[in-house]
Design a protein around this ligand. Structure first.
Ligand code: HPA
Length: 272
């Protein structure tokens, strides 16, 4: 058996024994958005550090634990903190939590992130529904031996972000009073923010938003047949698009400012 598969199964088993019911929805909370997990009813906390072999998060604004419970009455798991490539973990470890949630049986996955707006019509505080992504600048989580039980060797990528879930999120966002664009998200490894020249390149290639996460998670989830939707919050204008210098404080601060609207949108999505 493939060692990555063994690691996922081992970690999944460790988590499964803590749970009374399996989650139906998985939600990954991006930078500054972790407080959304406070909305969970009857929470069970599983810190990443308590799972033998599991990568732990070192990123600011990321607590580093699973929160299991009910959200709008639906069994849900939220990730308070994700694992990023820039933390030095191999891509297989970065997507291990995604594979773990898929192994627990989630039917749908919501990926959220803080991102820089490349599209000049976007404003700080706007949301963007990810309609597609550019993965070409980060390693694929599918490199290496394919685990047939998870998915096919050459997965189709023509619609990674589920059309129906996107429509549902759009309706929930409108009800919550969020400005929601439709855009292409491009992942860089970070941890340095992009240069203005890199942002011009991203714009030329068709990106509307840039960030340091999400795409590898989307690829792994789609490979495993999990329906998914992605939402970016524009916490800043990308380098060179605005005059401001970029900082993690600004990213986290804008995430916190948007948290109430974000939570209303997610509640609406789950309840619809
Ligand atoms: N670039 C990369 N990642 C980010 C940004 C950005 O401008 N903003 C928030 N996360």
């Amino acid at each position: 058996m493939n060692t990555i598969q063994q690691k996922v199964e081992h970690c999944t088993q460790r988590v499964r024994v803590c749970l009374k019911e399996m989650p139906r929805i998985g939600i990954v909370l991006g930078s500054g958005l972790g407080d959304l997990a406070e909305a969970m009813e009857d929470p069970i906390y599983v810190p990443y550090a308590s799972i033998d072999g599991f990568p732990t998060t070192t990123a600011p604004g990321h607590v580093g634990r699973f929160v299991f419970g009910r959200f709008e009455g639906i069994p849900t798991v939220m990730m308070q903190g994700r694992i990023h490539l820039y933390e030095g973990y191999p891509v297989s470890d970065c997507v291990l939590p995604i594979r773990l949630m898929a192994s627990l049986g989630i039917e749908s996955l919501i990926l959220t992130n803080a991102a820089g707006a490349v599209n000049k019509t976007y404003h700080v505080g706007d949301f963007c529904l990810i309609k597609d992504h550019i993965s070409s600048f980060v390693p694929s989580p599918l490199l290496g031996e394919n685990v047939r039980a998870w998915g096919v060797r050459f997965p189709d990528m023509s619609e990674v972000y589920d059309r129906e879930l996107r429509e549902r999120m759009r309706r929930a966002g409108e009800t919550a009073g969020c400005t929601l664009h439709d855009g292409v998200y491009m992942q860089f490894t970070g941890p340095a923010y992009e240069t203005p020249a890199e942002i011009r390149m991203a714009a030329t290639l068709g990106a509307d938003m840039v960030g340091m996460s999400t795409v590898i998670e989307a690829v792994a989830a789609h490979h495993m047949g999990v329906r998914l939707v992605g939402v970016s919050l524009a916490t800043n204008l990308a380098a060179g698009v605005g005059a401001e210098k970029l900082s993690e404080e600004e990213v986290i601060e804008e995430g916190k400012k948007a948290a109430t609207r974000f939570q209303a949108m997610l509640r609406g999505f789950v309840a619809l």
